[in-house]
Design a protein around this ligand. Structure first.
Ligand SMILES: NC(=O)c1ccc[n+]([C@@H]2O[C@H](COP(=O)([O-])OP(=O)(O)OC[C@H]3O[C@@H](n4cnc5c(N)ncnc54)[C@H](OP(=O)(O)O)[C@@H]3O)[C@@H](O)[C@H]2O)c1
Length: 332
């Protein structure tokens, strides 16, 4: 197949690209920057912003399928930036598919699209979208996902995957942030409930994308649906954090603050960052405080049934790989 991966130079996109190449697909990537790792693999890189239709049209020309992985992630920033990258960018991906008669679009969503601040235990794909969001990222990802699912038709088959907390070698979000906070002694457990959370090792998340793409055709079982993608091994959140810290030879987090205090810190930080126009991300937001104080784990039943998805790399194996990578990177 000729495949376009948007964000092929990113954490998840990079592993999707490698897995596609390994099985013999011809892969292109679309993103703003030049990614030397992709050049080494012989991947053709098309440079542009998701808001630039012409650049996307050019990248998609002649492709059989698009994996739309690129997005603006993060907990802070102007709404317009999230909207443009995540919503307008996704509209442009549809337009490129339609312009070139591409019939298959796999969209990378996020479980945060259904997060309403309360515990989710064993949740499935029937969970509704909440009426309001506390951050621009889940809000715009939800808008894009709803567009993707509504666009499913007899000429364009779409599917949306919701990988939860992706981690592993190459992680440029979760792991580096945790390590930086731990080193600065700014990590605190929030509350003392042993809330279970799901995570997914990056190779498993990528594998789910390939499985979904292979089963995606107009009118097929997976077309027009969304799927939670996890490791199927929910674990108490702070145990997960401590395992990641252990992989980096850092001590566990022991100090605790109450959920109420964390939420208040989120309100104060968000107010300060808004009024004083401070740069960077606030150390706490209401969204993060709630995410860290609640359970969120999901059933894999639909992904197993429709995608034949079975996580290949267990948490234990993943921690070993993470340790090896951190060692190679001389992070330890
Ligand atoms: N990481 C997680 O835990 C997680 C969890 C759930 C869902 N997801 C979803 O998974 C996807 C990939 O996430 P990731 O963690 O791999 O993120 P990432 O490493 O930041 O990769 C995103 C890629 O998208 C490209 N990109 C971003 N904005 C763009 C724009 N405006 N135009 C063109 N390219 C753009 C970036 O490349 P350039 O900078 O070169 O443009 C980057 O390589 C996203 O859709 C995210 O919402 C991630």
């Amino acid at each position: 197949m000729k495949v376009l991966v948007t964000g092929g130079g990113g954490f998840l996109g990079g592993v999707i690209v490698r897995q596609l190449l390994e099985r013999g697909d011809e892969v292109r990537s679309f993103s703003r920057g030049e990614h030397p790792g992709l050049a080494k693999l012989g991947v053709q890189q098309f440079r542009g912003d998701l808001t630039e239709r012409d650049a996307l049209f050019c990248a998609a020309s002649g492709c059989d399928i698009v994996f739309h992985v690129a997005a603006k992630a993060g907990i802070w920033g102007p709404y317009q930036e999230f909207y443009q990258a995540n919503v307008t960018g996704t509209e442009n991906v549809f337009a490129a598919c339609r312009a070139h008669g591409i019939q298959r679009l796999v969209y990378t969503s996020s479980p945060s699209v259904i997060f309403d601040g309360r515990d989710v235990e064993g949740g499935d794909e029937s969970l509704p979208y909440p009426s309001r969001y506390e951050a621009h990222y889940p809000r715009t990802k939800a808008m894009a996902e709803q567009m993707v699912l509504a666009a499913n038709s007899s000429s364009l088959a779409t599917v949306s995957l919701r990988p939860h907390l992706i981690w592993g070698p190459g992680d440029n979000h979760l792991v580096p942030r945790l390590l930086a906070k731990a080193r600065a002694r700014r990590l605190r457990r929030i509350g003392d409930r042993p809330c279970l959370v799901d995570t997914v090792y990056v190779d498993n998340a990528a594998q789910a994308h390939l499985l979904a793409g292979d089963r995606l055709f107009p009118g097929s079982e997976v077309a027009g649906k969304s799927y939670f993608i996890t490791n199927g091994e929910p674990i108490p959140l702070w145990e997960m954090v401590n395992r990641i810290l252990a992989a980096a030879a850092l001590p566990p987090v022991t100090q605790t603050v109450s959920p109420g205090m964390a939420s208040l810190a989120g309100v104060v930080c968000e107010t300060l960052w808004s009024i004083l126009q401070l740069s960077g991300e606030p150390p706490m937001t209401r969204f993060v405080a709630r995410e860290l104080a609640t359970a969120h784990w999901f059933t894999l039943a639909a992904a197993r049934r429709d995608l034949n998805y079975e996580p290949k790399v267990s948490l234990e194996e993943g921690f070993v790989m993470l340790h090896k990578w951190l060692k190679e990177k001389q992070v330890l």
